[in-house]
Write a new protein. Sequence first.
Length: 352
Amino acid sequence: MSFFTTKEIAFGLDISDHCLRLVQLHKRGKKIRLQLYNEISLPSGCLEGGEIKQSKPFLEALVKLIKTRHGHGKLSDEVIAVLPESKTFLKVIDIPLVEKEKINDEIKLVLPQHVPLNIEEVYFDWQIIKTEAEKQTLIVGISPQNIIDSYVAILTQAGLIPTALEIEAAAIARAIVPDQDQEPKVVIDIGANRTGLFLIEEGFVKFTISLPISGNRLTQLIAEALELDREQAEQAKIVCGLDKNKCHGALLEILSDTIDELCRNILEATNFYRDNFKNAKELKQIMLCGGGACFSEMAANIQNKIKLAAVVANPWQNIINPQNNYFSSGKSQSFITALGLARRGLSPETFL
């Protein structure tokens, strides 16, 4: 898979268990503008844990997503799509200093120590982070062959040309971290069904962790505690958030243990970084993204407990958005992965 170095448009496709999202960006000079966009729900059971279980309804949804897109211009047939985080691994490894053509062989020798997969049944890609006198430090992305093959097949059936399949954390980082910012950051992606935690430094995702916390779990806890239905609990999240001055601070009390659990996981991740990465720098910022990041006062509560600056990411910091009416703050957060995928298409020399 490769890119043209002069590409001016790029199509990113985010695939989750419940939804497909499409973004096409257009670059003119140094300015990047949103050109096309859309999202569509997937039928229940169509995709489970990142695996395509029902190819026909998945393909029908993908074709509909493409045909009903919003915006102006022709959609590229070349697509950069996401790989399911639950089926991918991202590892930083050291190998001996060897010629470039021998790097794959060295990786195959080391990978079995890091991933619980048969090395003969995976695809991997890599990028050199650092070269020293006798060794090279690489970042390696790994995913099972059957997952990648199934994604490539379904995209091809939809008339698309998959030029790259990318790990979600890399796409998110590209969308929300300023291009020139090299400082280490913890990123918390709070989704409907899971929360992903990863650390990025100098433009590279160093490690990823999946946490058993999600927007749906928060809604369920609120519904059970206040005896509300799901819709009412979602509305309570919007109205009250974690603001101690709203709704008598009820949600802050209900979700206190869950927020404490999230903070413990963040602290464990920061300790892992300090203990396992040579020349680890001081962490100064946590970035929240995903639909759950819009939960009022979430960032403030995390900052107060951990004593690290916590901010809600801005997915539009490097992109001109002509559709502000469509992209509310919550909607913008849900499109972050698609935006990051499309940005990779405009910078084809990057791996992560």
